[in-house]
Design a protein around this ligand. Structure first.
Ligand SMILES: [Zn+2]
Ligand SMILES: [Zn+2]
Length: 143
């Protein structure tokens, strides 16, 4: 479990005001990597039973904008959140059940892939999603 003190420190270091919803949401994201907003609302309410929907969504937005939380949105899926930021890691997504796992970046710094032709853009990031079937779904579909 993530400590409240640790979460408060991260908020302060990012220059954010420490509020109870922010602490609860940051802890929820840290404890449930790749959860969506609905799952995070439920997790935040375990710590802060009376926290509003709106406060959780606002906190997620603020934490993401401050770089404490990374938002990923595989096409066709709901946005997911994680506190593993700044290491340029990628994701494996299951087409069948939507399970997401982290894949370390081979290069470790952005952009780890360069386009064949950058069309004059200054590229600073490549976000890679590997699609496939997770082991559980493979096991059930090959039966
Ligand atoms: Zn699956
Ligand atoms: Zn991740």
């Amino acid at each position: 479990m993530s400590t409240t003190e640790g979460m408060q420190r991260r908020l302060r270091e990012a220059g954010l005001r420490v509020t109870r919803p922010r602490v609860a949401v940051l802890a929820a994201v840290a404890d449930h990597p790749h959860a969506d907003a609905g799952e995070l609302l439920a997790a935040a309410r375990e710590q802060l039973p009376d926290v509003s929907h709106q406060a959780v969504y606002d906190s997620l937005h603020t934490l993401t904008a401050a770089g404490l939380v990374r938002c990923i949105q595989p096409s066709g899926a709901t946005a997911r959140y994680e506190t593993r930021v700044g290491d340029n890691h990628h994701h494996l997504v299951c087409r069948s059940c939507g399970a997401i796992v982290d894949v370390d970046c081979e290069v470790g710094e952005a952009p780890c892939l360069t386009p064949a032709d950058d069309h004059g853009y200054a590229v600073d990031e490549a976000e890679i999603v590997y699609w496939g079937l997770c082991p559980e779904c493979r096991a059930t579909t090959t039966e």
